[in-house]
Design a protein around this ligand. Structure first.
Ligand code: MZP
Length: 503
């Protein structure tokens, strides 16, 4: 046997030591842009993400609603593959049928902004724009984005209210103040409206705007925009039915694929990658995994994987380590694989992005994963908690929860993910559990909150982007005693049920 010299570690065993931060190190200046697929030295990657988060290829996580919500934040979902080919393709098609819109909030816009400024702002977030101009054309002078009656972007007193001829939209519905953005998004989603919700201060809905091409938006280009952005979406595939599944997903409009397997260092993955490459060249990108060491990374990189996913046994719903005794602490696996990626880049001039999959529990684990070298992260439990995940919200002992189950659980029965070849087409034994996770509200708020923490920590490390974080991060292992020191300790926590009197 080969014995690894070091024991393997998890994220919770590490901390970041702050570096020098300059006056420029503020969260607003931080970019989280990251490559999603392989690229050659000196070239730009074909697909990049504005936010280094992708959602897990799981029934209880990645349906179309979550895919749209995450794409709106600059991340990406991989629609789950443990369903029929037709159903998976339909979900991809559903995501692609939505045109990218933009939710404008008061805090994003200032009266000084010109049309160019706004277009630039929206472009940076990866969204298409819906400016309202004086003469209704995209090049006219900006009067507003779409506004409630008294909200103005222009200082010109003539722009005091929205006038009919200014709005290049069929219908503007001014909502009452009590309607929340979530209610608006639900309405748009449920009724498949080609509409854009506009929110005001306090995240209240100000208006719902219906676009002119409301009825025909699926077949006709929208003349109001210079580009027709659709949300990016990925999809999971397996090493069994890839010939039929990949073709259907490509036809449905998937932007990127990922082989979903609990263990990726296998001949099956090499065959699948070779088939996709032979059939689609570089027009369809496909990631592979999961692996937990340098050897596994090199095998998949050499086999043509567009990104490599790292992680075995660290998922919150995973019992693979208990059942089979395979796996590796997520942090150690990630550090090893990222080192292999950098060596591979030095040697071959090809950069193959690394995805850290599973085991993220606290927001600071995200910063650690990025500092250890992950190009992006795949999260299951994290996304399952939000409104947009496809599972039921339930009340358990008076507390709101969402259901969350593993792909290797008896409920999902995703045998292809655990398949080792042969004729058998069923799960031999379970490797995952069926569970609840605390409900966490809308995805947008959750992701914004987490990323603010990530960006703040990056600033503490003196970094304004991910390559700089990797270069500058100082990471220390912590002893079990220091872990205790990191939480509230040696105080009596306040509790609503305590009887307290002032003495
Ligand atoms: P987490 O974000 O919930 O900790 O982990 C999600 C990851 O766990 C998934 O992306 C996948 O790699 C892995 N997973 C999914 N199902 C199982 C299982 O049933 C599993 N064992 O390990």
């Amino acid at each position: 046997a080969t014995f690894f010299e070091e024991e393997s570690h998890t994220f919770s065993e590490y901390l970041l030591v702050p570096g020098y931060s300059s006056a420029d190190n503020v969260a607003a200046n931080v970019s989280l842009k990251t490559p999603l697929v392989r690229f050659a030295r000196g070239e730009e990657p074909q697909i990049t993400l504005n936010v280094p988060m992708v959602s897990a290829i799981m029934q209880s996580v990645s349906g179309p609603k979550l895919a749209v919500a995450l794409a709106q934040q600059g991340g990406l979902s991989f629609i789950y593959g443990s369903q029929s080919i037709a159903d998976e393709a339909a979900m991809v098609r559903e995501v692609k049928s939505y045109k990218a819109g933009f939710v404008v909030s008061d805090s994003t816009l200032t009266p000084e902004m010109t049309l160019d400024d706004v277009v630039e702002l929206l472009g940076r977030t990866g969204h298409s724009t819906m400016p309202v101009t004086e003469d209704g054309t995209p090049h006219g002078r900006l009067c507003g984005i779409v506004t409630s009656r008294d909200y103005r972007l222009s200082r010109d007193p003539r722009d005091r209210r929205v006038r009919e001829f200014m709005t290049p939209f069929d219908k503007l519905v001014v909502a009452d103040d009590a309607t929340s953005l979530k209610a608006a998004n639900d309405l748009i989603w449920d009724k498949k409206l080609n509409a854009l919700p506009i929110v005001g201060a306090g995240r209240r809905l100000v208006a719902l705007v219906f676009r002119k091409d409301y009825d025909s938006h699926k077949s006709q280009p929208n003349e109001l925009l210079d580009q027709h952005k659709r949300y990016l979406v990925g999809a999971g595939i397996n090493t069994r039915d890839y010939a039929e599944r990949v073709s259907a997903l490509v036809e449905a409009g998937a932007d990127v694929l990922c082989i979903d397997s609990s263990e990726g260092y296998s001949e099956w993955q090499r065959r699948t990658l070779a088939w996709v490459r032979a059939r689609y060249g570089t027009s369809m990108r496909v990631g592979a995994g999961n692996v937990v060491d340098a050897e596994g990374f090199r095998f998949l990189a050499d086999s043509g994987a567009d990104f490599v996913k790292v992680g075995i046994g660290g998922g919150s719903i995973c019992i693979t380590r208990e059942q089979k005794g395979i796996g590796r602490g997520q942090a150690s696996a990630l550090i090893d694989v990222c080192r292999a990626r950098d060596e591979y880049f030095d040697e071959t001039g090809t950069y193959v992005p690394v995805c850290s999959d599973g085991g993220i529990v606290y927001d600071y684990h995200m910063t650690l994963a990025l500092a250890m070298g992950a190009d992006f992260m795949m999260l299951g439990r994290y996304f399952a908690r939000f409104d947009e995940s496809p599972t039921n919200r339930v009340s358990v002992n008076g507390q709101y929860m969402k259901e969350y189950w593993g792909e290797g659980s008896a409920r999902a029965r995703n045998w292809q993910r655990y398949d080792l070849g042969g004729d058998k087409k069923s799960l031999s034994f379970v490797e995952g559990v069926d569970s609840y996770v605390p409900y966490a509200g809308p995805l947008k708020e959750g992701v914004e909150g987490s990323l603010l923490k990530v960006k703040s920590t990056m600033c503490n490390c003196g970094a304004l982007d991910l390559p700089e974080l990797r270069e500058k991060a100082k990471i220390t292992l912590v002893s079990s005693t220091s872990l205790v020191e990191g939480g509230a300790h040696d105080v009596v926590l306040k509790d609503a049920n305590q009887q307290v009197s002032i003495n």
